[in-house]
Design a protein around this ligand. Sequence first.
Ligand SMILES: [Zn+2]
Length: 121
Amino acid sequence: MPLTACPEMHELSLCEGVLQILEEQSGIQGFLRVSRVCLEIGALAGVEPEALRFHFDAVTRGTLAEGAILEIVAVPAQAWCLPCGEKVSIRQYFDACPQCGSHQLQVIGGEELRVQQLEVE
Ligand SMILES: [Zn+2]
């Protein structure tokens, strides 16, 4: 269940996106309540976990996910290193390759958010 983060998108709209996914899934899977949401956030998504929690509580009030626990898992970004010819993990834009120190990296992932797991009732 991926969600695309873009630079203009702030935490509030992301939370609305997450809620939308929960509501869709409740229709598909037939659950009524969500008690826990595990959200994967790429290191390059530029999302502030504390702001996300704050908005999540506000956005889910009065919905199927009211009071749900929001678990945030930070995932490292992936880049392709030209000199190494392989995928490496980076923490931020313009990081050097952890293996060879090169800056010839092409970012290939890490800007996305993903609902990794749900606990439902
Ligand atoms: Zn390298």
